[in-house]
Design a protein around this ligand. Sequence first.
Ligand SMILES: *[C@@H]1O[C@H](CO)[C@@H](O)[C@H](O)[C@H]1NC(C)=O
Ligand SMILES: *[C@@H]1O[C@H](CO)[C@@H](O)[C@H](O)[C@H]1NC(C)=O
Ligand SMILES: *[C@@H]1O[C@H](CO)[C@@H](O)[C@H](O)[C@H]1NC(C)=O
Length: 524
Amino acid sequence: MRLSHCVLILQLFVLSEPYKILVYSPSYAQSINNFIGNLADSLVEAGHHVTSVIPIINPSLRDGSHKSKKIYVNQTEEVKKITDGLLIDEIDLFDFNDFNPLTYIPFGSAFCRWFNAQCKGVLDEPGLVEKLKNEKYDVMLLETFDTCGIALSHLIKPKSLITTAGSIPLQMQGGEFGLDPALSYNPNAMISHLDIHSFSSRLWNIYAHFLFTFTWHTSRTEDFSLPKCSILFKNSQEIASHAAFSLINSEPLIDFAAPTLNRVICIGGIGAKEPKKLNKDLDSVLSLRNKTILISFGSIVVANKLPDRVKENFLKVISRFPEVTFIWKYEKPEDDFAKAAFNSTPNLQILSWTPQNDLLADERLTAFITHGGMASTQETALRGKPGLFIPFFFDQPRNSGMMEKNGLGKVFSKYDLLDEPKLYAAVKDLLENESYYQNAVRIAAMIRKKPFSARDQLVKSVEFAAQFGSFSSLRPKIFDMNWIELYNADIFVVLLSMITFLCFGLFKLSAICVRGRIVKVKDD
Ligand SMILES: *[C@@H]1O[C@H](CO)[C@@H](O)[C@H](O)[C@H]1NC(C)=O
Ligand SMILES: *[C@@H]1O[C@H](CO)[C@@H](O)[C@H](O)[C@H]1NC(C)=O
Ligand SMILES: *[C@@H]1O[C@H](CO)[C@@H](O)[C@H](O)[C@H]1NC(C)=O
């Protein structure tokens, strides 16, 4: 009895042997840093040895991982130049129109030049590739929006590769994972409402798909001065296709249902931290009135840079709900607008930073007015709060549409922020429509009761890949086909030709018969 216990304990010990894991985490967007950082930290908590390689593309961002070992690759001179030229702080996201190819395509290619310049820095960093190769990692995890990690994985040859997407798999990422975009019913990232029965709506979805793909595809084909990179990058899809698993930041219980594969694993919500108690000040703010609404547009849309008219409309609407406290994440609480607003509007609290997750988790918080970033929408659903979703750019329209589809509130066009009565009506609806609150509570309970948590899925998949290395059974054949084969275009062309010939033949035959009859009738 005792002995078998010992064997059991020994087995457990052997089974939970730590693996060596490399996480490639290019620092270009805070939400991506947070997502990948949480993956790394979850794996550290599961007992593994995790190293994060962090190329600094945008130096103003915070690290996402707090527990893994880190190797930084500093911004190269060229990246610095591009960063200064991008004027990230100056981009007017209110006016920015995703559907205008004249502004969207140059925006995308500037980003891709930025990624690629830093990639050159990573691959050129003295000794880095060699060092990582010698470590013989069991698993390498990478986000594929920036393809540099794919190139690096090819050079350092980990035992197995896991690709990830910090949002839903965006177009070319979907391609790398082997997913069908299902354009007739799966909305593009830039689309909030897709009417499956409407010709124009589906056409618009196809347009968005191709515009998005074209805009961001440049990162995958751009030639480098380094010949080894240009060769690698043309093959990024081929290299990524051999990944053991693809982890995507989607919560299937709220997402649009679309075609998937066995190796694609949804770990949406992994970023949501356990909520902490609010500090004393915020705690008393939430007790001021029976209802409290949080307004926050995330880390990229800066509230103080919104058009004056929009800010004034918010203020007017807020003052029309004196029985509701509004907490507004506003980056410059010391500017003239904020000071005047503070004096004129007693039910408004302006804060330069808010613990969003902790606020959403507090039962006194009523609802959320948000830009609909992936993390924000997931946290909103997880905490059982309804929202008014005001997408500004990128994947925010689709995330917002996903929330409306689930009855968790409404999508509101950013351009309608210029229209005060419309904004008032939307906030009134958010406060008064009971169905949003019922749906929010139900969906939050469903997410909590899911049979497998996102964290379990992550850890178990990574350990499986670490143990067995790369395996091909989950890799679909789609990667080895050209589009003619994939869409059976050759078969359709042959069948169509046969039918056409047959019809033509029948037509000719009947024409001969008819002529024959006429001749016969004439003869009679
Ligand atoms: C990277 O930059 C940091 C600070 O900017 C500096 O302390 C560090 O030495 C740099 N590392 C390398 C390898 O240049
Ligand atoms: C706030 O809620 C309490 C308890 O439900 C209620 O007695 C009070 O009338 C409410 N106040 C307002 C202003 O609605
Ligand atoms: C509440 O919202 C739902 C979903 O949009 C809608 O069907 C319903 O009519 C609304 N109810 C009220 C009272 O406005």
